[in-house]
Design a protein around this ligand. Structure first.
Ligand SMILES: NC(=O)c1ccc[n+]([C@@H]2O[C@H](COP(=O)([O-])OP(=O)(O)OC[C@H]3O[C@@H](n4cnc5c(N)ncnc54)[C@H](OP(=O)(O)O)[C@@H]3O)[C@@H](O)[C@H]2O)c1
Length: 304
């Protein structure tokens, strides 16, 4: 059977599911069958967004047979939804069941696998907070895949047809793989927020501080991808300037010890970068390390 004639049912069609389903339909890769969210209203909204399919409430038994099943619920609901699907009587051996989670292995679908379904996960490294924008900009998105070869033989060409850049991930390391993404993107707003708290404490208005940091923050990210990570690392730690580091920490510890602790923890990894470049003498690196861990800084006492 041609992929375009294969029917896709979706259990849990929220932000990510809507964007992916709209693309599958637009590219005529699959025929959309039924969409079942928790509420009928939400299922209807998903059908309207995707532009195809039939809205169903909650239970897979009402969805009819399909060659492909996407379980696009939140991560914690994937295994329970797979269990309900397996017990519904509608799943057939040879059907493909997949999810989109980066932190959850495809083994969350084992209830379906035990019935002879082929299971996999395809994790798009993308922010789907606005599904319409995500669908428009999906081409070029990296997608981490793992699971049964028979499932991936169907899913990988379909995602490739959407312009995805596919790579394989080892299911054992998915939590680490996905957790790493927190540093690459999720925590960037948190780092900016830390900067805002320091500036506000220093008497600089939040809007001024945000505007002041916008150019340098953008330049730094550009430098990471243009020059490399270690060469893009600037500031006192990168120069082995122990005195400034001690003053930073002392000032931060005085208003919020959590901020100074984060500075010291991130600074340790920064020193790994400095060491790798071999541009700063080892003695200066060690002095900077000592400044990051000095009791004076931790207690908030005056720096020399
Ligand atoms: N959002 C992202 O940026 C992103 C990026 C990459 C991967 N992902 C992955 O994509 C998956 C979905 O994430 P999302 O952000 O799209 O979540 P979401 O917007 O919260 O959507 C989840 C959908 O699942 C439905 N649902 C929840 N439990 C259900 C159940 N037991 N039966 C039927 N439907 C159920 C919800 O229905 P109601 O609307 O009725 O509540 C909702 O429509 C997750 O595995 C996530 O890790 C997300």
């Amino acid at each position: 059977m041609q992929p375009a004639q294969q029917r896709l049912n979706i259990i849990g069609c929220g932000k990510a599911g809507r964007a992916i389903a709209r693309l599958f339909v637009q590219q005529q890769l699959f025929t959309l069958g039924a969409i079942a969210n928790r509420s009928m209203r939400s299922s209807g909204q998903a059908v309207a967004f995707v532009g195809a399919g039939e809205a169903v409430q909650d239970h897979p038994a009402a969805m009819g047979a399909a060659a492909l099943w996407l379980i696009g619920t939140g991560d914690d609901a994937i295994a329970p939804a797979a269990q309900v699907l397996a017990e519904s009587g509608v799943l057939r051996a040879g059907d493909v069941v997949f999810h989109l989670s980066g932190a959850t292995p495809s083994s969350a679908l084992d209830a379906c696998r035990r019935l002879g379904a082929f299971t996999a996960s395809v994790h798009p490294v993308k922010n789907f907070s606005d599904p319409a924008v995500a669908a428009r900009s999906f081409s070029g998105t990296w997608c981490g895949c793992e699971g049964d070869a028979s499932a991936l033989a169907v899913l990988e060409p379909a995602f490739a047809a959407l312009g995805a850049r596919l790579f394989r991930i080892d299911a054992r390391y998915k939590a680490l793989y996905h957790g790493g993404g927190a540093f690459a993107c999720n925590f960037i707003p948190v780092l900016i927020e830390l900067a805002m708290r320091c500036e506000e404490r220093a008497g600089i208005a939040r809007e001024t501080a945000l505007a002041m940091f916008e150019p340098i923050a953008r330049e730094t990210l550009d430098a990471v991808f243009r020059q490399g990570i270690a060469p893009a690392f600037a500031g006192p730690i990168s120069r082995g300037d122990a005195g400034s580091v001690r003053r930073h920490l002392t000032a931060m510890a005085e208003f919020d010890p959590r901020v100074s602790a984060l500075y010291a923890g991130l600074g340790e990894i920064g020193l790994d970068l400095v060491t790798s470049l071999r541009r700063v003498e080892p003695a200066r690196i060690e002095a900077t390390r000592a400044a990051m861990h000095s009791p004076a800084a931790a207690s908030g006492a005056s720096a020399p």
